[in-house]
Design a protein around this ligand. Sequence first.
Ligand SMILES: [Ca+2]
Ligand SMILES: [Ca+2]
Ligand SMILES: [Ca+2]
Length: 138
Amino acid sequence: MKLIKTLFPALLLAGCATTTPTLTPEQKFQRADKNNDGSVSRVEATNLIIADAFAMYDTNRDGFVDEAEFVASGGKSENFRKINQSGSGKISLEEAQANREVFNVFAVSFDEADANKDGKVTLAEYQNYLKLRDAAVR
Ligand SMILES: [Ca+2]
Ligand SMILES: [Ca+2]
Ligand SMILES: [Ca+2]
């Protein structure tokens, strides 16, 4: 479990305060799987994982992560400013997903979820990944 822990630094900190997500993992996966072929690409899956993390950070659920929320979830102010390129003081999900550094951090999670390393994540792989992640969070 040690490897997984290092892969989810932000989620580890944010995970404890999570409220019940409105979508099931199956629903989220289906949303990410735009062409409905039962698997998601690296980009699709990474954006899904970013969206998951984003929801954890957005504690007041206004659709944006502000600096207070970011810091409360274990983020650093300087990183917040890097992601918040628009300078609005709030990060939108689009902003987070468009940020290369954010993407690279969570693409690592995709590589972890893609157990058979075929460059795609199936629902089963995603569910297994969530199990491992939840185990790491606890
Ligand atoms: Ca697909
Ligand atoms: Ca918010
Ligand atoms: Ca796979």
